[in-house]
Design a protein around this ligand. Structure first.
Ligand code: URA
Length: 276
């Protein structure tokens, strides 16, 4: 029976190990070994030839150590620190970042009248090669030129796709500055649903409350073009300033100034996709 017992506990341990293994693979992807020049290429530091040149010229170090062999194998784990020409950087299989959008920037790669939000990001984030047609990270949804606040950008095609799918629409929270005093009747109208000009089906706010005489906190589950401005106009008011503070359960960090970006943690990426 002792033998029997031991076997049982071994089985249990190996099942636990299997579970931990599959779980960590799910969370961090498979770990890859990459030649240093290839690693730099995937992270947006230029063509393979340019990346090999950077290494051979002694301009690259990994985990604080200079490496001059372009084919040196590197265990590419998310978060691995390296530097290129003195620029500190981190390896991520997928780049997902948060940007505090300032007013006066367009969410377009080829802006017409204002500078692009992409000009606020460092070159490697914009140059990462991708399987899709666009290089680099792409904004998940857009904010108007004059809107400020929380924007997430990624080169993870699956994440982009999922966040765009209507059935996955997570709530987005906006702070709205209105031109005229907002009445509680107008708030009720926004909650009940208003008809916009491109669709007879009414759209409603999932939450709406007054936070000042001319200020609203508004939550939307859809993402129609100019939706906040058009909904507020539909109840006879006008948006003077608009700020997005939340996507899903992800809040704009209070320590991230306008115009600045940072990497999102795995927990924050999960939070962004959560409806409550
Ligand atoms: N609704 C708008 O009208 N503008 C934005 O930028 C976002 C939501």
């Amino acid at each position: 029976t002792l033998h029997h017992h031991k076997q049982e506990s071994n089985e249990c341990e190996s099942r636990t190990a299997e579970f931990l293994m599959s779980n960590s693979l799910l969370q961090s992807g498979t770990m890859k070994t990459l030649a240093l020049a290839d690693l730099l290429f995937t992270q947006g530091f230029g063509t393979r030839r340019i990346c090999a040149g950077l290494v051979q010229q002694g301009l690259v170090s990994v985990a604080g150590q200079s490496i001059t062999d372009a084919s040196a194998p590197i265990a590419a784990a998310d978060g691995l620190a390296f530097s290129v020409q003195g620029q500190q950087w981190r390896y991520y299989e997928y780049a997902t970042v948060i940007l505090h959008k300032p007013a006066g920037y367009e969410c377009s790669q080829k802006p017409s009248a204002w500078p692009s939000i992409y000009s606020l990001l460092p070159m490697p984030l914009r140059m990462r090669p991708s399987k899709g047609k666009q290089m680099g990270v792409q904004a998940i949804g857009r904010l108007d030129q004059d809107t400020t606040g929380l924007l997430v950008l990624t080169d993870n095609g699956q994440l982009l796709h999922r966040m765009a799918a209507p059935k996955h629409h997570v709530p987005k929270v906006y702070q709205v500055q209105c031109k005229h005093a907002m009445t509680s009747a107008q708030v009720d109208q926004l909650l009940a649903g208003v008809v916009l000009d491109d669709d007879p089906k009414p759209v409603r706010a999932s939450a709406c409350s007054l936070s000042g005489e001319r200020r609203l906190d508004l939550t939307l589950a859809q993402g129609k073009y100019h939706q906040v401005k058009r909904m507020v106009a539909a109840v006879g008011n006008r948006v003077e300033a608009l700020h997005r503070s939340q996507i899903g359960q992800l809040h704009l960090p209070s320590d991230l100034p306008a115009g600045q970006w940072r990497w999102l943690t795995a927990e924050e990426i999960t939070a962004m996709q959560q409806k409550q």
